[in-house]
Write a protein that binds this ligand. Structure first.
Ligand code: SF4
Ligand code: SF4
Length: 230
C-alpha cells in the first residue's frame, strides 16, 4: 500500500491525495480484516495529511454495509444503476437501502456505473437522474470520450434542457470486451466476473455482452492475456 501511495503521489505530481480508494470488487465483507495492514497504512498517511479521505469501491452490498460500520472509511464508491447490473448479492433496492444507511452514518458516497457499462446509453437522462435522486449519493463517476458527451452530461447534471442537435448525435458505448484465441479455458475469469457475464463453452471463455458492464475485473486475472477491452 505504501508503494501504491507513493506511486500515486508521483504520478499525479501532488503532495497529497484527496481520496484514496481500496478496490475490492469480489471481496467479502471481511475485506477490512483481510486487508487490515493496508487500511492501517492508509490511516497513517491520513494522519500525516498525505491522504484526505479513505474509501472503498465495491459491487457487493455486504461490503457497503460493513464499510458503514468501519470508522476509518470516509467514502464508499458502490456500483448502482437502475437495472441493478453488476450488483452482487442483492437487488437495486437493497443497494439503495445500504447507501441510505451509509449516508446516515456520515459516509460520503459517489456512484459507479450509473449507465451499467454502456447498457443504459439510450436512457441517459433517466439513468443519471435515477442515481442522482438516491439520497446520499453526492457524485457520480462518468466516463466520457468526446466534447458532445461532456456537453450532454453537463446539461443533465445542471437540470437543463438538452438541445435537439446535441441529442441527435448518437452516443455509443466506446468499448467492447474481446476474448482472443489464446484463451486456454482455465475459468479464472469466470470466477472473477461479478456480473456472471463469462462462462466456458467448448473449452473457451465466452462473454454475454448483455451482462458485461465493462468493469475490467476479468482481464487482469487472465494468465494468457486473452481478454481485451477496447
Ligand atoms: S482467464 Fe483467460 S485463459 Fe482462462 S478462461 Fe478466461 S480468458 Fe480463457
Ligand atoms: S468486464 Fe469482465 S468482469 Fe466485468 S462484467 Fe465484463 S466480463 Fe465480467
Amino acid at each position: 500500500m505504501e508503494k501504491s501511495i507513493q506511486y500515486a503521489l508521483e504520478s499525479l505530481d501532488r503532495n497529497y491525495i484527496d481520496i484514496f480508494l481500496m478496490h475490492a470488487a469480489k471481496a467479502t465483507p471481511s475485506v477490512f480484516e483481510e486487508r487490515a495492514a493496508a487500511l492501517q497504512c492508509l490511516n497513517d498517511y491520513k494522519a500525516k495529511g498525505t491522504i484526505r479521505a479513505i474509501g472503498i469501491s465495491t459491487h457487493v452490498i455486504g461490503i457497503v454495509k460493513r464499510a458503514t460500520e468501519i470508522k476509518e472509511i470516509d467514502i464508499i464508491f458502490p456500483i448502482i444503476n437502475k437495472l441493478g447490473m453488476g450488483i452482487v448479492n442483492g437487488s437495486v433496492d437493497d443497494m439503495v437501502q445500504a447507501i441510505s444507511e451509509a449516508h446516515k452514518a456520515g459516509k460520503g458516497l459517489y456512484a459507479m456505473k450509473a449507465l451499467a457499462g454502456g447498457h443504459l446509453i439510450d436512457q441517459l437522462e433517466e439513468s443519471f437522474n435515477f442515481v442522482r435522486n438516491i439520497k446520499g449519493i453526492t457524485s457520480i463517476a462518468v466516463g466520457m470520450v468526446n466534447q458532445e458527451e461532456l456537453e450532454i452530461n453537463l446539461k443533465i447534471f445542471n437540470d437543463e434542457k438538452i438541445p435537439q442537435e446535441l441529442l441527435s448525435q448518437k452516443i455509443k458505448p466506446s468499448k467492447r470486451l474481446f476474448i482472443s484465441r489464446f484463451c486456454k479455458g482455465c475459468g479464472t475469469c469466470v470466477e472473477a466476473c461479478p456480473s456472471h457475464a463469462l462462462s466456458l463453452k467448448n473449452g473457451k471463455a465466452v462473454v454475454d455482452h448483455q451482462l458485461c458492464i465493462l468493469c475490467g475485473y476479468c482481464n487482469p486475472v487472465c494468465p494468457e492475456f486473452a481478454i481485451r477491452i477496447i
